[in-house]
Design a protein around this ligand. Sequence first.
Ligand code: BGC
Length: 696
Amino acid sequence: MKELLKKLTLKEKLGQLTQLAPHFFNEQLKAKLYGKIKDLEINYEELFYLGSILGIGGPKEKKELQDLYLKNSKSKIPLLFMGDVIHGCKTIYPVPLAQACSFNVELVKENAKMAAREAKAFGLDVTFSPMSDLVRDPRWGRVIESYGEDPYLNYSFSKATAKGYQEEGLISCVKHFAAYGLSEAGRDYNTVDLSRVNLFNYYLSGYQGALEGGSEMVMTAFNTFEYLPATINRYLLTNIIRENWGYDEAVIIADYDALLQTKAHGVTKDDKDAAVKGILAGLDIEMASTAYLRTLEAAIKKDKRIIKAIDEAVLRVLKLKEKANLFNNAFSGDDKLLAELINSKEHQNLSYQLAVESVVLLKNENNILPLNKNIKVALLGNYATSNDLLGAWSWYGDTSQTKALNDFFEVEYLSNGEDYQDYDLEKIKKIEAIILTLGEEAKESGEARSKANINLKYSQVKLIKKLKKLGKPLILILFSGRPLILTEIIKDVDALFNVFFLGSNSSKAIYDLVYGSVNPSGKLAMTFPRSVGQIPLYYNHLRTGRPFLNDGNPYSSHYLDEKNEPLFPFGFGLSYSSFVYEDLKIDKSSFTLDELPTIKITILNESKFAGKEVVMLFIKDEIASISRPVKELKQFKKVSFQAGERKEISFKLKYQDLAFYNQDLNYQVEAGDFLVMVADKSLKITLKGDENEDFK
Ligand code: BGC
């Protein structure tokens, strides 16, 4: 590729670092216009210098565009096609926040592989996924795209997802580097401010997982880090990704228009300033703007470092194109194969399996669920007949192919009315149970969909309260893009399934769960607060010097008007089985790093339902050189149990389970005591060593 690089003119090089949407070509073609494209300040002819394309309408459109491009481009280096395949290409599986609730890393990886096969057949080379932003604020609309509040879960799912894509030959671009999930007050695009200790211990884990899983690209975040936008932040892009972590070939792309937004941040004075700061920070590709192409030539004369940075960036892009096999096959994409894949049993089944495992049963009073098929039910609410079940970020998914709940449920009475007045009460009185479906609409979450009020809508609360008065068992199926505040209605419903959005096979999954042909096994990947004022609320918080002990001391960390506890904590989720955690054991409670202990727990499925249980191992570092969380998830296993089956599950401790970044950002383990916790059982273990001894 070095030879190819040498042959390129400066303009051709800069073109390789520029990405635009395909409609610029198409609009021009349709209108038969030539000359300046106003928005971008480049000429039609200059489009044939571009290096990559954002989004495409399918294999046919891709081939036409590639063909047009190659005929007109002087360098003849094929375009790379990138797009947002976030939770499936055509076959849509659950949104990432729901996926994380499955705690099933293997299944998520298989779904990512399915997405990759379809995306490749669709004509894409790169997907802008996984989104590995750690999230602790459900007001932020983009929590739906994340794997939730836990760094280790985020790491595990980011890694599995990236691996899945890469194994099928789809390049993964992890985003948004870094700490975008910390947007203040949950308002999208808002300020982010965090310490390096926080960044390294918690916020970087997801991106690290994706890169370990094979992501070849990284997208920058819209926010600042240490008061400098991530897109021009050399510490983030070059020092951390390329030098510290050693991913020197990773191609770094700006998020949409983010390079020019540095002007709005007040840190660059014009496009040229932004372009210079971007390229010197280590930013390779500019998305949806053309500052590199228009301004860097003039800047080079003043600063020799710029041409070196351009060459390095272009080389990285060319190598990526080589990895994507573009020089052998620029026209990948296959309509026929795509149709076969979408309709294949394998793909439909994968999305169904993950949908089943992503649902979290939050309440099941008197074991009303699973429902007996002979019980007469009413199916009510705006999701009763809706096929708009795919969720945000499912561009290529087809709702017309998605079955609604009423395609599965046999009901005595059906209505998609959103208001009590819409229902025929005489008919409802004759039934034995109500299945009510409601929550947020798909458009209420995703990018730029932040909310200050995440209570269940007032009209929906009113509806629940009125239906409750009918005295029939009330089963709520709750759709949403974020944890909602359910405090007002939790007492009114007998059973509650939190589903978020489950994708193409939502309805069958929900039907099978309600009637018990499958057993719920999802656990919350994000805390459900009791009220908005508690946010940010997450289980793995630090300790406070004045903990609330409920001993009457007013000078303790608490609210006057609210509990500290959430409504439902991270990790919560019921099953039709009942799992009894019997015996927590360790082979040695005092150990060295050369001989890490194994922890064992015996679990009994004391029920007549076969089911899966997520067994989670938490650790608390009792005393360390910096304050450490009250507990942290370090390992988990999803285990199948037959009815009545008893199993012993073991966890071999790893260095990473005990290590953290200290104040000097050294990743190390400190000798001393740790508390190991599995469900409500705990035991103390001790790493032998001198006080203050660090193990790097
Ligand atoms: C989003 C990214 C996305 C990009 C391209 C941006 O607005 O923040 O997540 O990948 O658009 O569609």
